[in-house]
Design a binder for this molecule. Structure first.
Ligand code: HEC
Ligand code: HEC
Length: 354
């Protein structure tokens, strides 16, 4: 009798031992964890906003569908700070969406479809009532909202509306609902408070939708991809190239921070390849500017140029192309500084180019 009970307990224990791990393997992805890992740095721990706009406000959550949230996460907002999350699975994104939903449980309540508006009239309404925050062409608020020193009670940066990510995610009903209801606790007022009629709202919705027509054209002209590295072969021998580049860096009033063999620390001391040098340089102001725009720029800072002698004696000089930074990080705000940096690199590399 006693024996049987023990055997029964034993089999239950064995059963659980196998079943529990199986359950946790097949369990849904953990939305809270995924949010903490991918979103909290910008949107705040509980979605209360920061660099990214707040996600927990009732007016926001009541005016957007799960599909909107899903597509926004998947596509991001190209050219804005909001990245796209192409590496997450559908299940992972669904888990994040549920997590956001639970931040503030409110019922999604979209207002009905409006009448077809007149985009030309909408353009006028937009210029008068929206452009000062959302930008003249709806490209989004100026500044970046990405300044870590920005206080939480300062106005939230107005999102880009002339944006493929936004328009792929938002239906006309969502845009209309957002306009009519506004988003209380943010600078986005309800249409009535901005002095808009229902007709104005429908016109401006058609105008915002009309931005989509511009995307195909700009896509075609922007497909020329930017080279990831600036690579040039030097007209000088190795040592002379290193010296010339150092002088060119100083001539740009940039400081050389350090320079050493490329394999320093990777191979035993003394056996480094002396014909592969990397020079680190920059200035503090520029570094701080770039980090403020996007902290991930830290990966590429300080600036560096690599000089390598190949087996055929040719000397190659390489740098990461700064013009790629904006693309890598999906951040149009890096464009200006990246262009400046690109000019600097071009001048320096120009000194030794064949
Ligand atoms: C005073 C500045 C200001 C004005 C004026 C303004 N907005 Fe906004 N708008 C914002 C801000 C800030 C947000 C983001 C609110 C948030 O945090 O949820 C926003 C959000 C939106 C959204 C939602 C975008 C998204 O990504 O979900 C739409 C659509 C929108 N505004 C359209 C308009 C239109 C159309 C007008 C003119 C009729 C207008 N706004 C006027 C500041 C403004
Ligand atoms: C690097 C900062 C950053 C990260 C990381 C980030 N976001 Fe954003 N997000 C933003 C910014 C900034 C905006 C406003 C877009 C604009 O300015 O046009 C935004 C917009 C959004 C919107 C649209 C809000 C609205 O009003 O329509 C949603 C939804 C969103 N983010 C969700 C997420 C989720 C979920 C994650 C993680 C999977 C995430 N974001 C990660 C910065 C970020």
């Amino acid at each position: 009798m006693q024996d049987n009970r023990i055997r029964l307990h034993f089999s239950i224990a064995i059963f659980l031992l196998f079943i529990i791990p199986l359950c946790s393997v097949s369990a849904a992805p953990d939305g809270a964890r995924l949010f903490a890992m991918n979103c909290a740095a910008c949107h705040g721990d509980r979605g209360n906003g920061g660099i990214g706009i707040p996600l927990s406000l009732p007016d926001f959550l009541g005016s957007v569908t799960d599909e909107f949230l899903f597509q926004t996460i998947r596509h991001g907002r190209p050219g804005r700070i909001m990245p796209s999350f192409r590496h997450l699975s559908n299940e992972q994104i669904d888990a994040i969406v549920s997590y956001i939903r639970n931040l503030t449980p409110v019922k999604v309540n979209l207002l009905p479809e409006g009448a077809t508006g007149d985009p030309e009239k909408g353009r006028d309404v937009f210029a008068r009532k929206c452009a000062r925050c959302h930008g003249p062409l709806g490209k989004g608020g100026a500044g970046t909202g990405v300044n870590f020193t920005r206080l939480h009670n300062l106005p939230i940066v107005a999102p880009g509306l002339n944006n493929p990510g936004f328009l792929a995610a938002a239906s006309d009903r969502i845009i209309r609902t957002t306009l009519l209801r506004g988003r209380s606790k943010t600078p986005m007022l309800p249409a009535a408070k901005m002095g808009l009629t229902i007709q104005d709202v429908d016109d401006v919705v058609s105008y915002i939708r009309s931005f989509e027509k511009g995307f195909q054209q700009s896509k075609n002209s922007a497909t020329r991809s930017i080279e990831p590295t600036l690579l040039t072969s030097s007209k000088l021998p190795f040592d002379a190239t290193v010296e010339k580049i150092k002088r060119a860096i100083s001539a740009q009033r940039l400081r050389i921070i350090r320079s050493h063999s490329l394999d320093d620390g990777l191979v035993p001391q003394g056996s480094e390849n002396k014909k592969r040098q990397v020079i680190f340089f920059g200035n503090l102001h520029q570094i701080n500017t770039l980090l403020a725009i996007d902290p991930r720029m830290g990966l590429f800072l300080p600036n560096r140029i690599t000089i390598m002698e190949q087996s055929d004696g040719k000397v190659l000089v390489a740098a990461v192309n700064p013009l790629r930074f904006g693309q890598l990080f999906n951040n149009a705000n890096l464009e200006y500084t990246a262009r400046e940096l690109h000019n600097t690199y071009s001048t320096i590399l120009g000194e030794i180019t064949e």
